[in-house]
Design a protein around this ligand. Structure first.
Ligand code: TXA
Ligand code: MG
Length: 352
């Protein structure tokens, strides 16, 4: 750490002072994005960044992930902003060990069988959220499900242990682009949108984890990946079904990842771009509101889109709990994360 420290003179109101600065932190914070090679110091710095709610890209055996602590709504929201994701797809929570991963949800026998065989490894299990789950609602896209994974990569595991909290990590690429399998890919794609990039060399697999819904008697592959149905049958005796993306869903057929039905739709009707109160309606504001339009909830009183995104699903749940028939949303600007929030709101409104 000392190698990167410098002493500089800072001007203050009462004259000059000497201060110690950590150069590499300063570089991360203010100037250039750089790739940080793996070391104990780098892991400690990365863990601190994550605990502070910042974004750290790190290697896994599949692809590089863009990490944020899973129990910090705002940090999770930053991921969607950094990736420029048009939708709030649910995110995978990464854990340092199998027991903690399974404890985040309601485990089934199938989940335990798969975890015993393939965790750590390129496998993601979809579970029912545990009642006392601390994982952000935004990570679950407002649903009562949770995706858990234990990566089989020493650097990822070292980082997860150092953080001591679950870390959500989508692939560290801008939305719609190819998943990154080197630190350089991450830098090229996301640049300064990420606070730190931990380099662990090229990823072994280069293909994202197999996602399996384990909530029902029949396990279903939602996203094919490195672990195949044949692998699973061979090692566990389980027969696994496929859910092809794009197929229509019904109650019997589990949701494919990213499909709109996998998101939370409120029971109440949703009215958008509301500029006035209507009777028996829960009004959700955004930004500073006029005195005659004090909302029941405000996504962000200061008009911060990252905060608004982080609160969206939690507030929808709260509004729904009042058993109201209708929820009205004040206009949300169509820029940055606002586009994502509006996309979600339009879907919520259309679901009725
Ligand atoms: O290999 C991987 O899984 C990588 C590394 C970084 O771990 N991560 C990754 O994350 O590929 P992402 O966000 O790019 O893809 C996650 C997939 C999406 O298709 C998403 O819809 C699905 O997992 N998913 C996440 N949570 C889900 C949930 N609760 N229910 C259904 N699908 C879920
Ligand atoms: Mg991805």
């Amino acid at each position: 750490m000392t190698a990167a420290m410098i002493k500089i003179r800072i001007s203050t109101k009462i004259g000059y002072r000497w201060g110690l600065f950590n150069l590499s932190r300063l570089a991360h914070k203010h100037f250039i994005m750089q790739i940080t090679p793996y070391s104990h110091t780098a892991i400690n710095d990365a863990a601190q960044y994550l605990r502070d709610g910042r974004l750290v890209a790190f290697p896994t055996e599949t692809v590089y992930g863009l990490g944020a602590v899973a129990d910090d709504d705002k940090a999770v929201a930053r991921i969607f902003a950094a990736k420029n994701r048009p939708q709030f797809n649910p995110l995978i929570s990464h854990f340092a060990d199998r027991q903690t991963a399974l404890a985040a949800g309601r485990t089934s026998q199938i989940a335990q069988l798969l975890a015993a065989q393939f965790m750590p490894g390129p496998l993601t299990l979809i579970l029912q959220r545990a009642k006392n789950s601390t994982i952000s609602q935004l990570a679950s896209a407002g649903t009562d499900t949770i995706a858990v994974r234990v990566p089989a990569h020493p650097i990822a595991l070292h980082l997860l242990e150092a953080v001591g909290r679950p870390v959500v990590a989508p692939s560290a690429n801008p939305s719609g682009q190819i998943s990154p399998s080197t630190a350089q890919h991450v830098l090229d794609g996301l640049g300064s949108a990420v606070d730190m990039i931990l380099d662990g060399g090229p990823c072994q697999r280069g293909l994202e984890s197999t996602v399996i819904d384990c909530r029902n008697a029949q396990a279903v592959i939602l996203r094919p990946g490195p672990i195949t149905p044949e692998d699973i049958e061979k090692h566990t005796g389980l027969k696994i079904a496929h859910s092809m993306a794009g197929q229509p869903n019904n109650d019997q057929q589990p949701v494919s990842p990213g499909q709109m039905t996998s998101h939370y739709a409120p029971k109440a009707r949703v009215r958008l771009n509301a500029k006035e109160f209507r009777e028996n309606e829960i009004f959700i504001g955004f930004g500073p509101m006029p005195p005659d339009l004090q909302p029941h909830f405000n996504l962000s009183a200061t008009g911060d889109l990252i905060e608004a995104a982080s609160m969206l699903f939690a507030i929808m749940h709260e509004a729904d709990k009042t058993a109201t028939k209708s929820i009205a949303f004040a206009p949300i600007p169509m820029s940055g994360l606002g586009i994502t929030i509006n996309d979600r709101l339009v879907r919520a409104a259309a679901a009725k």
